[in-house]
Design a protein around this ligand. Structure first.
Ligand SMILES: C[S@@+](CC[C@H](N)C(=O)[O-])C[C@H]1O[C@@H](n2cnc3c(N)ncnc32)[C@H](O)[C@@H]1O
Length: 320
């Protein structure tokens, strides 16, 4: 997989990332990808390797499903390779007619925020916790200069390369967490952090680390779970939240605003507040485990633990 990153390193050079920054990112990427320990890795590797060559005739980043069309497609093989990379949580993707119906209808979030985002054209963009890169592909339609994602999830990265094999978007996902990045890598015009903050035990540090990646005057797009309330309100679940073990701070929108304003951001704007529904997040044949409906109480008015239903906000803020 390391060879797939070569054009990306070259692109960083052209964009004036320093040798030290590039070699730091290369070394971290190599360390993470050299000896993957995950038990399912051999299955994923086999699936990725077995994807056939296809003469791609069209790629579309602007529909709900990222779509590729091609000639002389071996449909059975394509289908079995993508099934070898299950579970698919983010999507959907339509790969030569093989419709990967992911757990999340990720296009619903994109539709809610797309019109209100800062301009992405000719911009350097970082997506922190980008999963399999669904949103990187959607951003490609806006003609950015650089699309870089980071995510520690190896399966998500392999899913990304399985799509990128055909799309050739020139985006890349590095197998890193935000904390792994060289400090003060402040090259990016727009940085996304969607669905990550509530997984962090230290949300303030997450915000500070995000600020360190953004150019002065650049923008942060922050999406996270929140609760109703004023700037004094924050939920720290006793244990699980909607069955998720790794959920920590769910602040109110007002508290989130203070967190941003005290950590290098100004002009905080709330562009969306939406309750997650079972239309947006559900089990499918591409993600067969339990999903949101199983994580709510019987009359669907609370999470199974008795907390408020999942409510997500998207804020845009400018780096001072
Ligand atoms: C809930 S998913 C959100 C995916 C996507 N951003 C979205 O909005 O649909 C959270 C993602 O963040 C990644 N992640 C968790 N901790 C992270 C960290 N410290 N730095 C970067 N990514 C992280 C996870 O691997 C996972 O893919």
């Amino acid at each position: 997989m390391l060879a797939l990153y070569k054009p990306f390193w070259k692109k960083l050079q052209e964009l004036d990332f320093s040798e030290k920054e590039i070699s730091g990112l290369q070394r971290l990427t190599q360390d993470k990808l050299r000896n993957p320990k995950q038990g399912d890795y051999p299955r994923w590797r086999e699936a990725l390797r077995s994807l056939p060559e296809v003469e791609v005739s069209a790629v579309d980043y602007s529909c709900h499903a990222i779509r590729c069309e091609g000639k002389n497609v071996e449909h059975g093989l394509i289908d079995s390779c993508y099934k070898g990379l299950m579970p698919w949580r983010k999507g959907p993707f339509d790969m030569f007619g093989c419709f990967i119906d992911s757990e999340w209808q990720s296009w619903m979030k994109w539709n809610r925020i797309q019109q209100k985002l800062p301009a992405l054209e000719n911009k350097l963009i970082l997506d922190v916790g980008c999963g399999n890169g669904y949103y990187l592909f959607r951003m490609k339609a806006h003609k950015p200069l650089l699309l870089m994602g980071i995510d520690p999830g190896l399966l998500q990265i392999m899913q990304f390369w399985s799509v990128e094999k055909y799309t050739k978007s020139a985006a890349a996902i590095l197998p890193l967490t935000l904390e792994n990045l060289p400090t003060k890598l402040c090259h990016f015009d727009v940085v996304f952090s969607m669905g990550v903050l509530y997984h962090r035990k230290s949300p303030i540090h997450h915000i500070m680390e995000l600020a360190d990646t953004i150019k002065q005057g650049g923008h942060l797009v922050l999406e996270t779970l929140v609760v109703e309330g004023d700037e004094m309100t924050c939920l720290l679940p006793q244990g699980r939240y909607a069955q998720m073990r790794n959920v920590w701070f769910l602040p109110s929108v007002a508290m989130l605003r203070v967190m941003l304003e005290r950590n290098g951001f100004t002009g905080v704007e709330c562009i969306d507040v939406t309750q997650t529904t079972t239309k947006e997040q559900r089990s499918t044949k591409w993600m067969k485990f339990h999903s949101l409906t199983n994580f709510l109480n019987q009359d669907k008015t609370k999470t199974i633990e008795g907390y408020a239903l999942p409510l997500r906000v998207t804020l845009i803020a400018t780096k001072k």
